[in-house]
Each structure stands twice: as C-alpha cells, then as structure tokens.
Design a protein around this ligand. Structure first.
Ligand code: PMP
Length: 402
C-alpha cells in the first residue's frame, strides 16, 4: 500500500519543480557568490533572483530579506538583536521586557526562557480554549521597557491563526517608550502560515518575520528573516561579510534557490489550496467523527489553517496511535516534530486548558501537496479499526498495538 503522508506541518516534502531547480543549481552553479570571477558572479546573480522571489512572495523589498539556516535561526537572531547581551546578562539593559505567547514555538520560547535566568522579564500571554491570544492581554502586557513582542501567526500543532495585522497595530500604538525612541520590536513567526495565508509584509505593521523553506515544499535547513528597513540586527553568526555583514558564512546557494522556487509556486497555488485542502480536511473530520463520536477537536475549522486537523482520541495515547498508523503506512504526528520524543504533554494544548490526558490523546493530521481524496477515504476506513485496537491494548495495559 502506498504511503499516506499527512505530516506537512512537520515538513512538506520537496516539490518536484524545486528538486529540479536545485539539481540544476548543483550542476551549473559551482562558484562562491562572493568570488569576483564569472563563476562567482553567476552564483551571486542566481542568489539575488531567489531573494527577489522570496521578497515578491511576502510583499517585502529584496533589501529586507536576510537568508538564514531556517526559522529557528531567524527567531534567535531577532531575540539576540532585541537583547544583545555582551557578558551574558540582560539584567542591566534599560528595556528588558518581552511578551510572547504561551503556545509559541520552542524556537521562541526556549531562548526567551533561557534569558529569563539572566534577568529578562517575560509576559507569557495566555491563550483561550481555541488557542487564541487575547488582544487586551497583549496590550496590558506592554510597557515602556518592552523591547520585543513576538506573535505566532499560525500554530503548527493546532492550525490556529492570529489576526497579526490587528495585534501588531494595537501593540505598536500601545507603548510610548520613555528611554528609547523606538516602539517595541514586533516580530512574527510566520512559518506555518506561509503555505496558505496571504502575506504582505509591507502592510502588516510588524518589524520582522521568520520563514522556513521546508514548510513550503522547499529544502530543509534554509530560511529567511525579513526585517523592516530601519531596524538594526545584531549578528548571531560573525565572520565574513555575507548578507551585508549580518549573517556570516558562505550562502547555501542551492537551498536558497530551492526556497525561491518554493515561494514562487506557493504564490501561484495559494488560493486553490484553500479550497482543495480545506475540503479534504473537512472530509477527514467528518469521517473521523462519524466513526467515533467521542473524539474532540483541537483545531478551528472555520478560522484555522485549512490543512490542519488536531483531534483528541479519548482514552488513548496519541503517540501509540501515531506508531500504529505508521505501521499501516500513514504518517501523522502527535504534536510538533521538534518535541517528539518528549514525554511531556504538548505545551500548546495544555496552554489551551486541555488536561494532560486530553493533551496526550491528540493526533495532528496536516495536509499538503499530493494528498488525494482517495487517501483520505482510505484513512477514514482504516482509522476506526486501528483506534479501537489501540484503545483495547491501552485498557488491558499491554501498551502494544499489535
Ligand atoms: N516556528 C514554527 C511555527 C515552526 O513550526 C517551526 C518548525 N517546526 C519553526 C519555527 C522552526 O523552523 P526551522 O525548522 O526552519 O528551524
């Protein structure tokens, strides 16, 4: 039986057009983009075309695009720029407060929580049962000492989408900085929103935005940080003068070209995806619910990402169901790939008020390019038997799902 891949929020397999573009780049572009000879100039020119594709996709200027190794690095660069710690202590900084969401991605939460030990003050904003931040809580958290406010555009586990433009506008107007001339830096992690949401950086009202190629059918290990003109970055990686001295290291030419192509394709297909993926996700939910009325929904089908369905299967461990489905050739996940292996229940679902048992019972189905109605129907037929097998084995304590 052919594999059914429904883990596109972990990574979306490389699109064929991207693979061809990268293969050609590997064959044809051997030079270092910083070299002054023709081979270098060809690599540089291709890199700048890709920068233009990324900028065009996001409604940004090419000069605002900084290539990185992915969104983890992009997020880390912003945090590092907002709190540049010379000797590793932020306690002495005049503006040492940050607001982040309690359901944000680990690549924002972990570095911020680390800095808390060095004196950073944090407002960890709560989310409601749907996973949404409250605009009034965001505003109440901001103060003159706030240097950074991070928003997650769309949650990778549940698909909850935040109204970023509105939140950013309110946050910018809320604070009159006393000791510095600039309002707080508003950063948005747009990784999971990229494949389906319309993004116009020029009108969003944020200072920076992170993206990752592998959530778009581009290669893994490459991404970008979009930074508004006028905001200055403190390099995380120092060395050569690449990326205007803001990110040292020879550019990942092949990966960046693949990301440019993935951005181009995503722009062309976005609107069509909303309908197609949304219809497939709704069908999957109908099939799951019809077979098992005890399931619960951790996603919002009307306002959430059209490709994401997070379902709680009462009285079972989502990780065991994921393993059982894997044996049948179905790839799904019980939460973020970045925290798989952890025994803790998802911080996203617990922030939404789910009990540890409810959070552990969750399975995320995330759709993308190549998923067909046939596959969804096949899964709809398979799932009830597998779920009852897993439930039976967890009831009699074997933990085995055979
Ligand atoms: N933010 C979000 C919302 C993500 O889903 C991910 C990837 N799981 C990241 C950041 C990190 O991206 P990368 O894998 O490019 O480092």
């Amino acid at each position: 039986m052919s594999e059914i891949y429904l883990d596109h929020n972990a990574t979306s397999p490389v699109l064929p057009e991207v693979a061809s573009c990268m293969a050609e780049a590997l064959r044809e572009l051997g030079g270092n983009p910083s070299s002054p000879h023709q081979a270098g100039a060809r690599a540089r020119a291709a890199l700048e075309v890709a920068r233009g594709q990324v900028a065009d996709f996001l409604g940004a200027q090419p000069s605002e695009v900084l290539f990185t190794s992915g969104a983890t690095e992009s997020n880390a660069t912003v945090i590092h720029s907002a709190f540049p710690t010379k000797m590793g202590a932020v306690a002495g900084l005049e503006r040492r407060h940050v607001s982040i969401g309690s359901a944000d991605h680990a690549s924002v939460m972990d570095p911020v929580l680390q800095l808390e030990k060095e004196g950073l003050q944090i407002s960890l904003l709560s989310v409601d049962a749907q996973g949404c931040l409250s605009g009034s809580e965001v505003l109440a958290s901001l103060r003159p000492e706030t240097a950074l406010c991070c928003f997650l555009w769309a949650n990778n586990e549940t698909g909850v989408v935040h109204p970023i433009a509105g939140l950013a506008q309110a946050a910018t107007q809320a604070v009159t900085p006393t000791s510095a001339s600039e309002p707080p830096w508003i950063h948005v992690d747009a990784v999971q929103a990229l494949a389906t949401q319309e993004i116009d950086f020029s009108r969003l009202g944020v200072d920076s935005l992170s993206l990752s190629a592998h959530k778009l059918g581009g290669p893994k290990g490459v991404g970008a940080l979009i930074v508004k003109e006028g905001r200055s970055l403190t390099p995380l990686i120092r060395g050569g003068p690449q990326e205007r001295g803001l990110r040292a290291g020879t550019e990942n030419v092949t990966g960046i070209l693949g990301m440019g192509m993935a951005c181009r394709i995503t722009k062309e297909r976005r609107v069509q995806r909303l309908q197609e993926w949304g219809a497939l996700r709704d069908l999957l939910w109908e099939l799951i619910r019809a077979a098992d009325p005890t399931v619960s929904l951790n996603s919002n089908l009307s306002t959430g990402l059209c490709n994401t369905l997070n379902v709680g299967f009462a009285e079972l461990d989502g990780r065991v169901l994921v393993e059982a489905l894997d044996l049948e050739g179905v790839c799904v996940s019980s939460g973020a790939a970045c925290s798989s292996g952890s025994l803790d229940p998802s911080h996203v679902l617990t922030a939404m008020g789910r009990s540890p048992a409810e959070a552990r019972s969750a399975v995320r189905f995330s759709l993308g390019e190549g998923v067909t109605q046939d596959q969804i129907r096949r899964l709809g037929e398979l799932l009830p038997q597998i779920v009852s097998r897993v439930r039976a084995s967890s009831r009699n304590g074997t933990g085995s799902h055979g």
